[in-house]
Write a protein of this length. Structure first.
Lengths: 589, 59
């Protein structure tokens, strides 16, 4: 999260920081006491406030889920939407204004903090609610008289993983400096934990449904509830695309079709299998409603930038059509859906980006983009199919499921690695002729073949400036609007062509906090291309040995693998338990 | 005075991660205590406290 990345400038290490420590400590004390008292009150029966709230949630849900599933699910969904709103608001603020005035000075941080802690709290609520009963088909023993639903433990784990991102983020910044990108390893923990908590919620819903003994309120309620969870999963898996949504990606464009296809494959295939006919379309519509609502809230309502929204409707239709032929062979259905998402879905999103995104896809990325989208769609389809099958107690045999799961993770890792590889030309420069009004003509020292983008980007000076340059010759361009070249703006020429991802700084302000001098935009100058990271992430320290970065990344990777394996274990455990319980309810596919 | 970069994640870690850790710590403590009591019960030959009530309720 760019916002949670940002550090504050110019505040000396003195009283202000201590004030904030006191405020934070007070909040910590209150949070701890409230949760402990609520938990103790429920477990001991002396203050059953949570139990009463759970009863209310159960009644509102039409008695189709026990309170220990209904209340945590509602709490988590509200928390997730709150965190989502905060995340996009925060990113928007940091794109336009740069770093914060202080840790507690950014209003957008509050919904993020409340939302992330709310996810953890939702899991804890589900963990303490069941008293004198073994909840669901796969309860986990805490003590001899205390059993918790597996889904609640998974939600708690995902929430804890997200919260663990805070201390690790701090350590990361202290070692490496500020990494002003969404894709910092510890930033991915913050958003990834929230997104993956949806898998825990799916498990919790299934456990609750089994415990209710088939007391479905109505097919409509079940359809809407499960469809909303799958739509939530689609949102959760899509938050990694936020840099592309705002038009300031710091990574190659082929990552975007890969991430869209992966999210669509996983969530929409799971939706069609788990929710039933029309489930994929409903999940996509739910996604569009919530995610689009957040964009409207952040943009027109709050007055910040409006992040673009991938469409996903075409992918959902692909899944529904494939289901007509292959729904009874779920793994084949997942693969076939992934293939259509990676091709027809890619084409639809290609068209959608032309009208809805600040940096539309270009023919430069078609071949590699389709390959990446196929990798994302196929692996997402397989994972989504296994997720839905597992939730319904129909997980394939371990000899099939485990290699498929491992292979999917390997393909995803390979695609991510491919997406991260880029090159910076060492023999290339750009010559600028800047007119007094801020417009410029730009001549590259050599032409680029068919660039994904050649643009001037300016940010952190009070807005976001993205100007896709007009080509006037083989290697010459001109701006279509004046560039921001004063104040706090950071303005640069960006070029992305194939694996080339590079930039030239045009104007950079003086930054006393990191000891950086101003780089002025004179009427004419020639500067070499360099890595974007050196410009966009000026705060990074350059003297840290590479092995330290590798070791730190491995720690984050280990935490992530633990969470993913825990979720897989939880789905597998629930699947076995549901399969063994004849009274367990099976949803139709 | 030289300006410094304040690390806001530390403040947020205090406010959120520490409570989460504390709560998980309390649960872990309850688990350890329960295991010890179970072991003591077994050593003393007493009828161990099991989740029978819960089992009965579950049917």
């Amino acid at each position: 999260m760019v916002g949670l990345i940002a550090e504050e400038v110019t505040k000396p290490a003195g009283g202000a920081a201590l004030d904030q420590v006191f405020i934070a400590s007070g909040a910590a004390l209150v949070l701890t006491l409230v949760l402990l008292v609520l938990g103790w009150g429920q477990r001991s029966g002396r203050l059953p406030l949570l139990g009463r709230a759970a009863e209310t949630a159960r009644r509102i849900g039409g008695d189709s889920l026990p309170g220990w599933a209904a209340l945590p699910s509602a709490t988590a969904l509200v928390s997730l939407v709150t965190a989502l709103l905060g995340m996009y608001w925060d990113i928007s603020l940091h794109i336009t204004h740069g770093r914060d005035e202080g840790p507690l000075a950014n209003i957008a941080h509050y919904p993020i903090l409340i939302g992330l802690f709310g996810i953890f709290a939702a899991g804890m609520i589900g963990l303490v609610l069941p008293v004198k009963e073994k909840p669901g088909p796969a309860p986990i023993k805490i003590t001899r008289t205390w059993y918790a639903p597996a889904g609640a433990i998974l939600v708690t784990g995902a929430g804890f993983y997200a919260l663990l991102g805070f201390p690790l983020d701090d350590v990361w910044h202290r070692i490496f400096g500020q990494d002003v990108t969404l894709w910092g390893p510890t930033h991915l923990m913050l958003i990834g934990g929230a997104g993956l908590s949806l898998v825990g919620l799916m498990v919790l819903e299934r456990e609750g449904r089994a415990a209710a003994g088939g007391a479905e309120a109505s097919r409509v309620v079940a359809f809407v509830r499960r469809g909303a969870v799958c739509g939530g999963l689609l949102i959760g898996l899509s938050v990694f695309q936020a840099e592309f949504d705002f038009g300031v990606p710091q990574f190659r464009l082929v990552n975007q079709p890969f991430m869209i296809a992966l999210a669509a494959g996983c969530a929409l295939v799971a939706a069609r299998l788990w929710v039933g006919r029309g489930g994929a379309v409903f999940a996509a519509l739910f996604y569009f409603l919530i995610r689009g609502g957040v964009s409207i809230a952040v943009g027109p309502v709050i007055g910040e930038l409006t992040p673009s929204v991938p469409m996903y409707l075409a992918e959902a239709l692909c899944v529904e059509v494939v289901a007509l032929l292959l729904i009874h062979r779920p793994l084949v259905f997942g693969l076939a859906s992934g293939a259509t998402i990676g091709t027809a879905g890619f084409a639809a999103e290609y068209a959608w980006t032309q009208v809805a995104f600040p940096l539309p896809w270009d023919q430069d990325i078609i071949i590699e983009g389709v390959a990446m989208a196929l990798a994302g769609g196929l692996t997402g389809g397989v994972l989504g199919a296994m997720l839905a099958l597992g939730i319904e107690g129909r997980m394939p045999k371990p000899t099939v499921a485990r290699p498929l799961f491992a292979a999917s993770l390997l393909v995803i890792a390979g695609a991510v690695a491919n997406g991260l590889v880029f090159s910076v030309p060492k023999d290339m420069s750009a010559t600028f002729a800047v007119s007094p009004d801020g417009n410029a003509t730009i001549e590259l020292s050599r032409p680029v073949s068919s660039a994904a983008w050649v643009d001037v980007t300016g940010w952190q000076g009070g807005g976001l400036h993205i100007d896709r340059l007009e080509k006037t010759g083989p290697a010459t361009y001109r701006t279509t609007e004046p560039m921001p070249l004063t104040g706090d703006w950071k303005t640069l020429l960006r070029v992305h062509d194939g694996r080339t991802l590079t930039a030239v700084p045009i104007y950079l302000p003086k930054d006393a906090a990191i000891g950086a001098e101003e780089l002025a935009a004179t009427p004419s100058f020639t500067r070499p291309f360099q890595g974007e990271k050196q410009i966009l992430q000026r705060e990074l320290k350059e003297d840290v040995p590479g092995w330290v970065w590798a070791a730190a990344s491995l720690i984050v990777l280990a935490c992530t693998l633990i969470l993913i394996l825990a979720l897989a274990w939880g789905v597998g455990r629930t699947s076995r338990a549901v399969a063994e319980r004849p009274e367990a309810v099976r949803s139709r596919v | 005075m030289t300006p410094v970069l304040a690390h806001h994640a530390a403040i947020e870690a205090i406010a959120l991660f520490i409570p989460a850790l504390a709560i998980i710590g309390v649960i872990a403590g309850a688990v350890i205590l329960d295991r010890r009591r179970a072991a003591d019960d077994e050593e003393e030959g007493a009828e161990p406290e099991t989740g029978q009530a819960a089992d009965r309720q579950q049917g």
